[in-house]
Design a protein around this ligand. Structure first.
Ligand code: PLP
Length: 463
């Protein structure tokens, strides 16, 4: 399987190069040259299979012969053994026709574990074959850092430096990073904001000499391996509810649109998905794009669901490319213009194609809080604010005939303050995460200065 850039100006590459590169040289995102498909019979045969087996089958269509099947199967088995639920992403019914898919049973209690656990194993394996090492620099506003440290700690060919804004993430989020004792992990509390951390990351990644000397890389959600890993639970949950013999819909709490696009990938692969509802908080760029046909950047507002406080959804470029019928020149034009003007007017035919699958719903803070309370009252389930955004969007749907899977992207115990403020209850921390409280923390405090951080990364890589 070859991968092409959404901007059409880079040569095609294989799976391994696509996942190690991140962005394509022309600034675009990699997508497969064509979408692999499963027949109805193949999808029906996923029923009752262990999650890791379905993951192996789905990933195998994208890795082709670059990763031997037995090695891929071992990686999937190991990655999903790190989850504390035997079903990996179990379904819990919360309403007639409404089912939570709990994606938060991984080591850092957020759905980013699903993809990161696999990406870490895939990339470390490939680096070993090529006798190379890499240094991952990660800027986190909370969840990504914990998932990345959990996934890469102790790996032979990868070092990881996780930067977070000092004093601006929760204690639980910080401890998921800072209690890792492995020597390939460093955590840095940056005296600044998350935006400062992201700017430093961009400056480090554009420093070619640093990039070469330490094998600098990032793990953001534009990595295609992360997308495919997320397509897997669309298959397992839909099949559990009767697919492919009946259609299933999804409600997805969205920020960077990686998760929503993973649903589109599952649909292109043959899964009968009726509708994907893209639920946003008040940072509603995606909801407006699908509803109004204009993709317009706004100012970022802080909400109870911080992992979705995003006003430019990187993976939207992949959908745009598909819906302008893979016209790389047009995609490059649109997204270069977006960088400057913050606006894309979606061509009418492309919008029609998008609307065949996607509906956008924006949910305000009051509605999010009321949904946490209503869900507790009606079902006894405590949900986190990200999940609540998608449940609120589900509750607004009127005419759904297909069952709806609502993706539950974080455990309530990861956002105890918001859940307590809404309900007066403090969610219980899962057993495995309780030990974090007693472990010693290890991190360095550095100024928000790209040169200082770059020197720190270099020293760590050369030590
Ligand atoms: C990252 C994240 C999201 C948003 O996912 P995208 O793929 O960026 O759309 C939603 N909920 C939680 C808890 C997250 O960590």
């Amino acid at each position: 399987m070859r991968y092409v850039s959404t901007r059409g100006q880079s040569p095609s590459v294989g799976f391994v190069d696509a996942i190690l590169a991140g962005l394509a040289p022309d600034g675009g995102l990699y997508v497969p040259e064509e979408w692999p498909t499963f027949s109805h019979e193949e999808i029906a045969a996923f029923a009752g299979k262990p999650y890791a087996e379905v993951a192996t089958a789905v990933l195998g269509r994208f890795t082709g012969d670059e990763i031997p099947a037995e090695i891929l199967a071992d990686m999937c088995a190991e990655a999903y053994a790190s989850f504390t639920h035997a079903a990996v992403t179990p379904l819990v019914q919360i309403a007639p026709g409404g089912f939570l898919a709990e994606l938060h049973h991984g080591p850092s209690l957020a759905f980013k574990d699903v993809a990161m656990q696999l990406l870490a194993r895939l990339s470390d394996h490939v680096l070993g074959l090529q006798k190379r090492t890499q240094t991952i620099l990660c800027a986190t506003s909370g969840d990504t850092g914990g998932a990345a440290v959990e996934a890469f700690r102790g790996r032979a060919n990868t070092r990881i430096v996780a930067m977070f804004p000092d004093g601006r993430i929760s204690e639980v989020q910080r401890r998921f990073m800072t209690t890792a004792a492995e020597s390939n992990v460093r955590c840095v509390a940056v005296a600044g904001t998350f935006d400062d951390c992201q700017t430093i990351l961009k400056q480090a990644l554009s420093d070619q000499s640093l990039k070469q000397s330490v094998g600098l890389s990032a793990v953001n959600s534009i990595n295609f391996a992360r997308i495919v890993a997320q397509s897997v639970y669309y298959f397992t949950t839909a099949v559990a509810l009767g697919a492919p013999h009946r259609e299933v819909s999804f409600a997805v709490p969205s920020g960077n649109f990686g998760d929503g696009f993973a649903g589109y990938v599952a649909k292109r692969m043959g899964l009968p998905i009726a509708r994907i509802v893209i639920a946003t908080n008040s940072n509603d760029i995606l909801a407006r794009a699908f509803e109004e046909g204009r993709y317009v950047r706004g100012a970022v507002a802080a909400t109870q669901s911080p992992a979705m406080d995003i006003q430019s959804a990187s993976n939207f470029e992949r959908l745009y490319y598909e819906c302008v019928r893979r016209d790389g020149v047009e995609t490059a034009r649109a997204f270069k213009a977006f960088n400057e003007t913050g606006v894309i007017d979606i061509p009418p035919q492309a919008l029609t194609l998008m609307r065949e699958t996607f509906t956008g719903v924006a949910v305000g803070e009051g509605d999010t809080t009321r949904t946490i309370v209503a869900t507790l009252n009606e079902t006894g389930e405590l949900i986190d604010p990200h999940t609540a955004v998608a449940v609120a969007a589900f509750r607004r749907l009127r005419d759904h005939t297909a069952p709806v899977v609502i993706l539950s992207t974080a455990h309530a115990a990861k956002f105890p303050e918001a859940v307590h403020a809404a309900t007066g209850e403090t969610p219980a921390m899962p057993r495995k995460a309780q030990s974090l409280a007693g472990k010693p923390e290890r991190y360095d405090r550095l100024p928000a200065d790209a040169e200082v951080i770059k020197a720190y990364v270099r020293a760590f890589a050369e030590a």
